[in-house]
Design a protein around this ligand. Structure first.
Ligand code: AMP
Length: 307
């Protein structure tokens, strides 16, 4: 069962307390696809880049089982560029620049060969573009997951709310959940957001883990305490990629299986933050991923006998 990933493929320039990069490979769809590739081998990508985008990056994605037939390359145009800076508290970052470039007039086209995708991951992107992709699917996917960010809440809230009515799962961080709902309590925020359309909500809390809500239940998974955190960029997307990659492979979209998917998502995110950019989620072995998941299991397992 294949997975369709839509989102940015980008150049990023990142500064953290541990160093600074020039333009390196980034983008929500890049992180999602790479992370998902450790769980499922049939990944279809829809995105857009300019002709300044190196073909080596495309080859690397192909090696990770990512079909790039849906990656538009626009002649004479520049790839989306984002730059961000993290301070000592790496749960928060400042966006220094967002240059939309090719994204400004992006018209996503779903190739005929992608129409059978049953899992759709809409990575962070212009909400109206995310919506266009859903509308092009001749058969509604079994599960549609949407990620978004404060940037789109600031400039395209109405479009975002329309798009929310069409998806099954929303992933946002805690600040974004508060902004979207106008509620400080994450429990109240979740109930308001679930009333906007999605059946499930994932609230990412950076190094403090992630919460999964539906109307009746809540589940929490911690983040793995790591010795080295160099760069949190892409953590949210790697989380989403691991989450949907696992669901697409197991084909089970129950709340119970989503709990497992959250642990697999947390495992891929934990690799991502250990080095800059995508460096640490390229070329991992299956054994490395399995060991990391085992660390999660060991972290949270305990016996309590209640009388
Ligand atoms: P994350 O750290 O998981 O939120 O994702 C970081 C990635 O999101 C970076 O690689 C950026 O290229 C990409 N990104 C940043 N701003 C935007 C935006 N406004 N729309 C889409 N993608 C973005």
């Amino acid at each position: 069962m294949s997975l369709l990933v839509v989102g940015t493929v980008a150049f990023d320039a990142i500064e953290t307390p541990f160093g600074k990069t020039d333009k390196i490979l980034g983008g929500a769809a890049t992180y999602i696809s790479l992370a998902a590739s450790y769980f499922t081998k049939k990944i279809n990508l829809i995105s857009v880049v300019g002709d300044d985008f190196p073909s080596d990056h495309v080859k690397m994605l192909n090696k990770h089982h990512v079909n790039t037939d849906g990656l538009q390359v626009l002649k004479g145009q520049k790839t989306f560029f984002w730059s961000g800076k993290y301070h000592n508290d790496m749960n928060n970052r400042d966006t220094i620049a967002t240059e939309l470039n090719v994204l400004e007039n992006f018209n996503p086209v779903v190739p005929e060969a992608y129409q059978d995708c049953e899992f759709l991951m809409l990575g962070n992107l212009v909400p109206a573009v995310q919506q266009q992709v859903i509308k092009q699917m001749k058969t509604r996917p079994k599960l549609i997951v949407l990620d978004t960010m404060n940037f789109w809440m600031d400039i395209a809230m109405n479009d975002l709310k329309e798009t929310l009515k069409m998806v099954d799962v929303l992933t946002v961080n805690d600040a974004e959940a508060r902004q979207l709902s106008g509620e400080y309590s994450l429990v109240k925020a979740a109930q308001k957001i679930l009333a906007m359309g999605p059946k499930y909500l994932i609230i990412k809390k950076g190094e403090h883990g992630a919460l999964l809500f539906n109307k009746e239940q809540v589940f929490f998974a911690p983040a793995l305490p790591l010795e080295d955190v160099f760069d949190p960029t892409g953590a949210g997307d790697s989380f989403a990629g691991g989450f949907i990659g696992y669901l697409a492979e197991t084909k089970d979209i129950s709340f119970e299986n989503m709990k497992r998917a959250i642990v697999f998502g947390s495992a891929t995110a934990s690799f991502c933050v250990e080095k800059f950019g995508t460096e640490n989620i390229v070329g991992l072995t299956q054994a490395q991923v399995e060991d990391r998941v085992q660390e999660f299991v060991d972290l949270v397992q305990f016996d309590i006998a209640l009388v």
